[in-house]
Design a protein around this ligand. Sequence first.
Ligand SMILES: NC(=O)c1ccc[n+]([C@@H]2O[C@H](COP(=O)([O-])OP(=O)(O)OC[C@H]3O[C@@H](n4cnc5c(N)ncnc54)[C@H](OP(=O)(O)O)[C@@H]3O)[C@@H](O)[C@H]2O)c1
Length: 345
Amino acid sequence: MAHPPRIAIYGIGQYGMMIARLAADRGWPIVAAFNRAGPKVGHDLGRVIGLGRDLGVVIQDSESGDYAGLDADIGVVTHRDLLSANMPAYRRLMGAGLNVACHGVQSYLPQSNDPELAAEIEALAQCNGVTFTGCGIWDMSRIWAGILTAGPCTEIRSIHIASLTDPEGQCNSIEQIRQYCISLPVETFHERGIARNAAALAKKTIPEMVLRALGYTVLESTATIEPVVYDVPVKTKFVPEGWFEPGLVMGVRFRCETTTAEGVTGTGLIDQRMFLPGDVEHMFWEVDGTPRNRTRVERLDSAHATAGNLFNRIPDIIAARPGIVPVYEMGPLKTTAVRWPRIGR
Ligand SMILES: NC(=O)c1ccc[n+]([C@@H]2O[C@H](COP(=O)([O-])OP(=O)(O)OC[C@H]3O[C@@H](n4cnc5c(N)ncnc54)[C@H](OP(=O)(O)O)[C@@H]3O)[C@@H](O)[C@H]2O)c1
């Protein structure tokens, strides 16, 4: 594209702010910002995201905002994980002719997470001639790492991902880590039905997306979720005493499996748990085939990594065909730092 991407941001929280700061850094025009009603609405985006100056973009109430006059290439949706919660944003932004980059976990593969809403998103994208893509940290570290690990194989029997994520790395409050009951009693995990949490179950699509990208015909994807409990205290930045007591939920463990018509299976053992001394956030892909191949990705700056994955996908999304286009169809992620270097804020 000849000009830098012009963006609108929907959901000015931790990641909406990071995307806005990255755009301001690179000179990508931010044409509009929307948030639900509250203290951010009516204020200049530059002040809210901590630039210390106006950007000339007043944050609008997402319910009553002006979508008709939006002159942007893409809307970045950074508020919720469930497609059902994000649908008003999709309808508004795609209805205004914008491509959509969504950070919600169900958006990576809508058709597997919520087929009914996926059909509506596909129809919206087709009738407005725009692209809808779910993106974020899974792009390079889970999806493309898996595709590339299988790349040299001339025969594949199975693929497997084992990973460890620090829940504090991408969360900015104790409320966020408590979405899966981390720091709460195990009974609360069961009472709240975390094992049936639709956003958490989206992890089932990790091996599925890699298998789809490799050309396999997916039959079924499943995931189970169990609590992780330690018998030692664990360091945390979220409580004044600096550690959580033993015996509480300290994380969640997902076991995922995808089966295919060709008989190749994809499995995942995905831990999202408070770190013990020596832990490093990583994704480890293993392909059993000919040849056998392994790749380990270490994510040392998790929050920046998810914002960077989304930000750097924006040009690909704008250039893609209309419809739902998953990141695995777009080629490996490339940095935008060379084409659009920092101009400062
Ligand atoms: N794709 C990935 O790999 C990945 C990685 C990490 C996180 N995520 C997901 O990214 C999303 C955003 O995370 P975050 O940490 O930025 O969350 P956050 O800090 O809570 O920010 C959410 C923002 O959206 C606003 N909002 C909430 N509901 C809204 C609605 N119905 N309409 C309009 N605005 C609304 C909130 O407004 P208030 O100011 O009123 O609260 C807040 O400004 C979450 O769903 C998270 O799970 C995805």
